[in-house]
Write a protein that binds this ligand. Structure first.
Ligand code: ASP
Length: 320
């Protein structure tokens, strides 16, 4: 009889999802949106981007596949892209008009709604890890400037001289931008969904080329450049941060899902349509708790990719 009761209890738990295997998991990433066309891309450059985006996706997928958290996956993936000089985050960050590199990053846990961010850091090798430390080791959400750099050092994170971020390619685009007043995108971001159904999102950037020193964009602003809630979706944005801040773009996607019952695809497209209407450029990656993905953008291209447990690893750059 006892055995029979045990068996029934086990069957009950299994039917309630105790042995659930249908939870999708995986991740979606971006490496910035902008004037990215086949015409101005060489075969070598395109191949290099594909290699880095693939490596980032594989890093995150391995963590999730081993039962790791979406938060761990997001941090690890963003670190891979921060360490690559190809992206405007960490090494390879764009320059301020004053010829320095000032970095912004944020991370959010969709299960707890905890978040952390750093703005204007100059010596933290991996700003995404500093953002996570702010979330986990302080009662604050956002630390900025020298205080953020000092905090990262106290936490034992790797510290580098500001010249570490200097790359010739980005310095040249500063010089070009000074002549033409043009902007350059290239932020990185990741949204992950783990086997436990938890969403997390993170974003890291050097900001916009030739930005005024001290300028802070949307990437470290929760609700503007990054947002995550298990109740709706995870979001990371890239583009002209001022527009993202003014429209609370990342949170707007979640809000449209929550209040208007829109799908993640419709909600994400709606905020990009609004961005276009308001004269801004950029894109977002978003994923809901079921693993549905949206990657809309209004620029010519956006470095992006996704890798879900029931699909192929996919990397895309152009509109088509
Ligand atoms: N959104 C970033 C910023 O405004 C830049 C980018 O995504 O390219 O700082």
């Amino acid at each position: 009889m006892k055995k029979y009761i045990l068996l029934l209890t086990a069957l009950f738990f299994l039917s309630c999802g105790g042995g659930k295997t249908d939870q999708r998991f995986g991740l979606v990433i971006h490496g910035g949106a902008g004037t990215i066309t086949r015409e101005n891309m060489s075969a070598e450059k395109e191949a290099a981007y594909r290699v880095e985006l693939t490596a980032a996706l594989k890093t995150g997928y391995a963590i999730l596949d081993n039962g790791g958290s979406s938060l761990d996956a997001v941090e690890a993936v963003v670190r891979v892209m921060e360490d690559s000089p190809l992206f405007n985050a960490g090494k390879g960050a764009v320059f301020t008009g004053a010829g320095t590199n000032e970095l912004d990053a944020s991370i959010m846990d969709g299960a707890t709604h905890q978040a952390g961010a750093v703005a204007g850091v100059k010596t933290v090798k991996n700003p995404i890890s500093a953002a996570r430390k702010v979330m986990e080791e302080t009662w604050h959400v956002l630390l900025a400037g020298d205080g953020a750099d000092a905090f990262a050092e106290e936490q034992g994170l790797e510290i580098v001289p500001n010249s570490y971020f200097h790359t010739e390619r980005r310095f040249k685009s500063l010089l070009k931008a000074k002549e033409k007043e043009m902007e350059k995108h290239g932020t990185v971001g990741c949204v992950a969904l783990d086997k436990h159904g938890n969403l997390a999102a993170g974003t890291s950037t050097g900001g916009l080329t030739n930005k005024r020193w001290g300028r802070v964009g949307d990437s470290p602003i929760i609700g503007a450049g990054t947002y995550a809630s298990n109740e709706t979706c995870g979001v990371s944005g890239t583009g002209q941060g001022e527009y993202f801040i003014r429209s609370s773009m990342a949170y707007d996607i979640a809000a449209q899902m929550e209040y208007n019952e829109k799908s993640v695809k419709d909600a994400a497209q709606a905020v990009i349509d609004k961005l276009t209407e308001r004269g801004g450029t950029g894109g977002v990656i978003a994923m809901d708790g079921k693993g549905n993905i949206a990657v809309p953008f209004n620029t010519e291209g956006m470095y992006r990719g996704f890798y879900m447990n029931d699909g192929e690893l996919t990397v895309k750059i152009y509109k088509d």
